[in-house]
Ligand binder design. Structure first.
Ligand code: DGJ
Length: 381
């Protein structure tokens, strides 16, 4: 090939690459800080400073007309999943545009502190306690340098929604307490520590004196003001739903075991028309897997398994995400948003958010992929 022909080919190639990268950028980036009018699942989602929102494994508190998004502040690189900074908070009035409210709970510079810098602090959630007027944060805590062995839950409290939150304590819940069961549960299905019937029951009985393991988690406040902590227990083989005291600052010892013997993570519980729904995932590290859904007439069960609520292309891997919260949209009927994380384990800070509307089908639900969508989808039903 002559030099001239080669040069012409090279400049064509450069032009094509430039156009292609511009198209990808336009599709993947919500680059109009303060002016977003839709959700674009999987795209960079910028805050009021034009910076990608850093609130992974998050949850939302709706309080006095404002939404507050709390999540794990990740840093760059593959070590970015360790807690080097703390829990990040954002606020919003419209759910599209988020204001950076800073770090609500900071990790401690003291290496002997439970929440020492470098620990693992995941899936923080905040609820407001009307009786005490306090904002109460619970999270999954792994002590620094111990991998995922500690499996504790942590508590922090604040007088203001945005913080600063004061770390109170961390522990394994419900030490010495046996679970409750829905009426009519045969004895053969109840835990018997004298004759354990399965691996998960073995873990339960092993942990009975010191409290149950508490990893991936969520919080739920019922219409009567009672709050519940939902968490992966028994080496993730069971989900526990546990009652909190009236201050939301401790476990009462009343809890039930859901889907015992199957590994479930990423629980998200919500209530619609008197029916309780629970969405979760399998257990494959940072890789996506099929979501799973349950429903129950009471928070204490019985919980019915419904399989994967995601439908269509990509549904077998939850569209690349893992559940983190289900958000009831204030002032809209039947409007619930499924929130998931698309993790980026090699560069944790680049994790993306998949928010999708939930569709109710009798006592079952469906989640379908949308490239982008607006809250008006809830009005058209
Ligand atoms: C999946 C969990 O859901 C996350 O919260 C996190 O613990 C990762 N596993 C760690 O591999």
């Amino acid at each position: 090939m002559g030099l001239l022909k080669y040069k012409r080919l090279a400049s064509w190639f450069a032009l094509v690459m430039l156009c292609a990268s511009a198209v990808v950028k336009a599709q993947a980036v919500n680059d109009r800080p303060g002016k977003l009018d839709r959700f674009t699942p999987g795209a960079i989602w910028t805050d009021n400073h034009g910076v990608h929102i850093n609130a992974h494994g998050g949850g939302i508190l709706y309080n006095k007309g404002r939404y507050y998004w709390f999540g794990e502040h990740k840093i760059e690189g593959s070590a970015g999943n360790r807690a080097m900074v703390g829990v990040h908070c954002y606020s919003s009035k419209d759910l599209y545009n988020w204001k950076d409210e800073g770090i609500a709970l900071a990790v401690s510079p003291d290496s002997t502190n439970d929440i020492a810098k470098g620990c693992i602090l995941e899936r923080p959630k905040v609820v407001y306690n009307k009786k005490t007027g306090k904002y109460v944060m619970w999270f999954h805590l792994e002590l620094r340098g111990q991998g995922y062995k500690a499996a504790r839950t942590g508590l922090a409290i604040s007088d203001k929604a945005t913080g600063p939150y004061r770390f109170i304590r961390s522990y394994r819940p419900n030490a010495g307490f046996m679970p409750v069961y829905p009426p009519g549960t045969p004895e053969s299905e109840q835990v018997d520590c004298a004759h354990t019937k399965s691996k998960s029951e073995g873990f339960f009985c092993r942990d009975l004196p010191g409290g149950q393991m508490a990893r991936d988690m969520n919080l739920f406040v019922d219409d009567d003001g009672k709050a519940y902590h939902i968490f992966s227990a028994e080496e993730n083989f069971t989900l526990d739903i546990a009652e909190l005291n009236s201050d939301y600052t401790a476990h009462t010892g009343k809890f039930t075991r859901v889907y015992a013997g199957h590994q479930t993570e990423a629980p998200a519980l919500f209530k619609h028309n008197g029916v309780y729904y629970l969405i979760g995932s399998g257990t494959t590290g940072w890789d996506p897997n099929p979501a799973r859904c349950f429903s129950a007439p009471s928070i204490w069960g019985p919980w019915t398994y419904h399989g994967n609520p995601c439908k269509g292309a990509g549904s077998e891997l939850t569209f690349g995400g893992q559940s983190t919260y289900v958000l009831p949209v204030a002032g809209k009927k039947d409007a619930f948003i499924f929130m998931a994380d698309k993790w980026a384990p090699r560069n944790a800070i680049d994790g993306r958010y998949l928010w999708l509307p939930i569709v109710f089908k009798g006592d079952d639900i469906e989640i379908n992929w949308l490239d982008n969508w607006k809250l008006e989808v809830f009005d058209k039903r």
